[in-house]
Design a protein around this ligand. Structure first.
Ligand code: ARG
Length: 254
């Protein structure tokens, strides 16, 4: 080998090393566990995530499964309390939180959010014979409102009526039971679970005036820009090829 060829071979080798190293480090750092996409959720939120026949199913579970497939990763779902989702993503316990989670400015200080994949509305559930007719009546009266702890319903109601009139529950179903037994006067929760809880419990209704409209997105660790980009790429392909619509329509027939 002459000097010139040697130089080329050496630099090609170096480049390979460089590339391999980059490839290695990026693939091992993409997820907490190599080859696995660890999703945390709070599976008491139909039709986005709930237990059925010993499995977590729903819109979020299917969207995450499809993302994992497109990223060549195996999906692992962990069911945890809603108020530990953000800290779990922050501390790299989980790669993502997919939980009908609303994008808020305050949460953005702790995690990154993917592009939005669905819209949610905060709804008000009351008993059929309730004197509460709209959000103003709820705010102006001295009613007690049940919410799922740490959700936007909890945050907004605490701001609007004060924490002493807000009862926090571990999940929407518990809040709904408290409404049925007369412990509280209303439940503020996302519209789709609200519909599911009202359908499952006679004597309840949803007020027609919604409280707020919000965007749902996937929470990712702030330092994992690579995973965030890959999720956004998969999401935009899934929006374009109709996958997202098909999953949502399966659980929320138009
Ligand atoms: N959208 C609301 C929020 O982000 C409620 C989400 C609750 N999700 C759940 N899986 N329990 O605060």
């Amino acid at each position: 080998m002459n000097k010139f060829v040697k130089k080329i071979v050496a630099s090609a080798l170096l480049m390979c090393l460089g590339f391999n190293f980059a490839a290695c480090s990026s693939s091992s750092e993409l997820t907490v566990e190599k080859g696995v996409l660890t999703m945390a959720t709070n599976a008491a939120f139909p039709p986005y995530e709930y237990w059925e026949n010993n499995a977590i199913v729903g819109i979020d579970a299917e969207i995450a499964q499809e993302i994992a497939n497109r990223l060549n990763l195996t999906l692992k779902i962990e069911d945890v309390s809603f108020d530990s989702l953000i800290t779990g993503v922050q501390s790299n316990k989980y790669d993502i939180a997919v939980a009908g989670m609303t994008v808020t400015d305050e949460r953005k200080l702790s995690v990154s959010f993917s592009d939005s994949y669905a819209t949610g509305i905060q709804s008000i559930i009351v008993t059929e014979d309730s004197p509460i007719t709209d959000i103003d009546a709820l705010i102006d009266g001295d009613y007690i409102v049940g919410v799922q702890i740490a959700t936007t319903g909890d945050i907004y109601m605490s701001d609007d009526i004060g924490m002493d009139r807000v009862e926090q529950y571990n999940n929407g179903a518990d809040a709904t039971q408290a409404l049925i037994t007369g412990k509280i006067d209303a439940v503020v929760i996302d519209n789709q679970p609200a519909l599911a809880f009202v359908a499952a419990n006679p004597g309840l209704k949803i007020l027609e005036t919604p409280y707020t409209i919000e965007d749902y997105a996937i929470a990712v660790n702030k330092n994992n820009e690579e995973l965030l980009n890959q999720i956004n790429k998969a999401l935009s392909e899934m929006k374009a090829d109709g996958t997202i619509d098909a999953i949502i329509n399966k659980y929320i027939p138009a």
